[in-house]
Ligand binder design. Structure first.
Ligand code: GLY
Length: 372
């Protein structure tokens, strides 16, 4: 078991990592359930998959404390992060009579967490919420940090708010039913923490990453706790991303977002897979600038490939050139000029924001990677 504090001034919260904690929800989240003791149902939001797999466990845990859940179930996938679903969710919360001292429970991956977090940010100008993440990606990344959002025609996550959860309960046992591909996609974000800020953790993952992917108890808990501890430190230091600290969490994301856009944000390339390949590209581009050695860049690529994640741009079979990928990056950042901030590496374990990157050079670099 590990408990990590997110030390935000005025609204600190805990992340609890504990096997089986979902089944002990009533005790673990007791302070946030007190308001429901009079017989009101506890609002829970899940997608159809997490509801099917975990609702029974949650209902039983609540029943032990004399409580009952009321479930709002959304379709699995990004389509739940829309104005329409947000409106229905807000109407449902208001019909339940939630108050600003209540807490809503989000059981699922990043989509459910983002949707519920944003609904809670705006309903009654701010209702509390508790994150119960059920994917590795949500457990090590999206359940902590307070960025909440929905997608619109203009792009992903463009309508949202900073709204921190009151508690995050991580049960590594729920990952037993996670498909292997999604486990690997979440693991990309774990590797990201090593690459961006912890060389010893990166080396540990090189040696023990297969145990994490196999969901071996100690290795998995260590990987989640180390990842969340770093995210908690960064978020506490730069909640609104106004310094160059929180931006480090975007390592691999600028390249990765271009790849997601080029593949239509589809199952062809999951977000974590795009981030994995984006980190290889960031490492190789850092080597091209002479900031790390070519050998270190290939060491990063080997760790990513060893996890069964894409580490080779030419292997994606894209029918585009480097300039088209750069155009996606410009569109993502709404930028017209010849440069963009890029997350690059000074070493394996130290990322930084480079503001002198020439996009023509990025396009030429990507042309080389596409035909590697
Ligand atoms: N909710 C994800 C983040 O704040 O980073």
């Amino acid at each position: 078991m590990a408990v990590i504090d997110v030390a935000l001034a005025g609204r600190p919260y805990c992340v609890v990592i504990e096997e089986g904690v979902l089944g002990r929800l009533a005790q673990a989240a007791a302070p946030f359930l007190k308001g429901y003791a009079g017989g009101r149902a506890v609002p829970f939001v899940a997608d159809a998959n997490t509801h099917r797999i975990f609702a029974g466990r949650v209902d039983a845990a609540l029943a032990e404390a004399g409580l009952a859940a009321d479930w709002f179930v959304v379709e699995p996938g990004e389509d739940a992060k829309t104005w329409g679903v947000l409106e229905r969710l807000c109407d449902w919360l208001l019909a339940l009579g939630v108050t600003r001292s209540d807490h809503v429970f989000a059981l699922g991956g990043g989509v459910v967490g983002d949707l519920v977090g944003f609904a809670c940010a705006i309903a009654k100008r701010g209702v509390g919420f508790v994150q119960l993440p059920t994917t590795l990606l949500a457990q090590v990344d999206s359940s902590v940090g307070g960025k909440t959002a929905i997608n619109t025609r203009a792009g992903k996550n463009l309508i949202g708010a900073f709204h921190q959860p009151a508690l995050v309960l991580i049960d590594p046992l729920v990952l037993a039913t996670l498909p292997d591909r999604e486990m690997r996609a979440g693991y990309a974000e774990v590797l990201k923490y090593g690459l961006l800020g912890d060389a010893a953790f990166f080396a540990w993952l090189e040696a023990h990453g297969s145990k994490v992917l196999a969901r071996e108890s100690h290795a998995l808990e260590h990987a989640i706790a180390t990842s969340i501890a770093m995210k908690a430190r960064i978020v506490a230091a730069d909640e609104r991303e106004t310094l160059d600290k929180r931006a480090l969490l975007n390592l691999g994301h600028t390249f990765g977002h271009a790849l997601e856009a080029e593949t239509g944000f589809s199952d062809r390339l999951l977000h974590g897979e795009a981030v994995a390949l984006g980190m290889v590209l960031a490492a190789r581009y850092s080597a091209r600038r002479g900031e790390i050695s070519a050998e270190d860049a290939e060491r990063a690529a080997r760790a990513i490939a060893a996890a069964g994640l894409p580490a080779d741009l030419s292997g994606l079979g894209l029918a585009c050139d480097g300039a088209a990928l750069v155009q996606h990056m410009r569109h993502d950042k709404k930028a017209e000029g010849t440069t963009l901030p890029f997350l690059l590496l000074r070493s394996l374990g130290e990322a930084y924001v480079a503001r002198d990157v020439d996009l023509a050079d990025i396009a030429a670099f990507l042309d080389g990677e596409l035909s590697r």
